[in-house]
Design a protein around this ligand. Structure first.
Ligand code: ZN
Ligand code: ZN
Length: 344
């Protein structure tokens, strides 16, 4: 089969031939229809500090996809040949404390598809049954392929209710744009989107942002306070990992509000915990993955209602063999790119 492989411990990847994986008792063999490129895949491609410690070449990467079940292992019960599925990329062990307490997404022995085991940038991928999400038949494949990252946004935004609340979203990458859409479609007002790349302003508008501010400008905090009656926002979502944005998030949250952190900073960030968390009486959430499977059910409702339309975030579509073109779009300096979908 055709596969995008990380063959060497170095920058880059190759589109090459690989054996079709052989199935285990609790696995499904899935024919990939569409897969999307994540920021994590860019890290793996670039072979940065994180990926060189975690990834063991040769391997196939990619973890966001949809496809059709071709074969089922002999212990698989709930999925059958022909099912149209997407998948959780977080593979839980099933027996640790977290797995036994409805927190499989942060399993102690967590493996991640396309990071710790072979992934979906290929014609076929193996998926354990516990990770399967069955799609409705009429879902377009490009939408089905981006549910894993969209689910991060659903979890981040809806960690608490947002209806009738002011929401600030820091970040205009796919996670930030998806979060803007989830907040707007869930009845938040106003939704204030703080963006870095001008190209993404239009996308943020289409996702339902009521006000768009440019990051990196000192007045961003003042502007948010102006828009929120000088009280600050009820909800602040930090989707960038940028230390300045993280600090601004705590400055613009209302007393008694909440900050949700999803963006990953490469270094520790210092915060004025006394003044910005304790005396403000706020709640802080860390978001990793998606709650299995409450988040997926919420996402299905939002998508089916037609209120949440993630399509504007998908800016590029290529075939799997054009992987390099997709990676170039993702890493271009001007970031004239949202989500890139590859068709297998
Ligand atoms: Zn991802
Ligand atoms: Zn576990």
């Amino acid at each position: 089969m055709l596969a995008v492989m990380k063959k060497e411990k170095a920058k880059g990847a190759v589109v090459s031939d690989a054996p079709i994986p052989s199935i285990g008792a609790t696995d499904l063999l899935v024919k990939v229809k569409a897969a999307s490129i994540c920021g994590t895949d860019v890290h793996i491609y670039n072979w940065d500090g994180w990926s060189s410690n975690r990834i063991k070449p040769p391997m196939i990467f990619g973890h966001e996809f949809c496809g059709e079940v071709i074969e089922t292992g002999n212990m698989v019960k709930g999925v059958k040949k022909g099912d149209y599925i997407s998948a959780e990329s977080h593979i839980p062990c099933g027996y640790c404390y977290q797995c036994q307490n409805n927190q499989m997404h942060i399993c102690q022995n967590l493996k991640i598809l396309g990071i710790d085991v072979n992934g979906c940038f290929a014609e076929y991928v193996l998926v354990p049954e516990i990770c399967v999400w069955k799609n409705l038949a009429d879902m377009p494949v490009e939408i089905a392929s981006i549910q894993e990252p969209l689910g991060n946004a659903v979890y981040a935004v809806l960690a608490e209710e947002v209806t009738g609340k002011s929401v600030v979203v820091f970040g205009c990458g796919p996670s930030g744009l998806f979060s803007t859409g989830v907040a707007a479609s869930s009845g938040a007002y106003p939704v204030i989107s703080v963006i870095k790349h001008e190209f993404r302003r239009k996308i943020a508008e289409k996702m339902g942002a009521d006000k768009i501010l440019k990051t990196g400008e000192d007045q961003v905090v003042d502007e948010i306070l102006n828009v929120t009656n000088h009280e600050g926002a009820d909800v602040v979502l930090e989707m960038t990992g940028n230390p300045d944005a993280i600090q601004q998030a705590f400055r613009v949250v209302k007393k008694g509000g909440r900050v949700t952190l999803f963006g990953i900073s490469s270094d520790p960030v210092s915060l004025d915990i006394a003044n910005q968390i304790i005396f403000k009486g706020i709640r802080v959430y860390g978001i990793n993955g998606r709650i299995m499977y409450q988040t997926w059910h919420k996402m299905r409702s939002l998508l089916q209602s037609g209120k949440l339309n993630p399509k504007p975030v998908i800016t590029h579509q290529f075939s799997l063999s054009e992987f390099e073109k997709g990676m170039s779009a993702m890493t271009a300096k001007d970031r004239k790119c949202g989500k890139v979908v590859l068709f297998a």
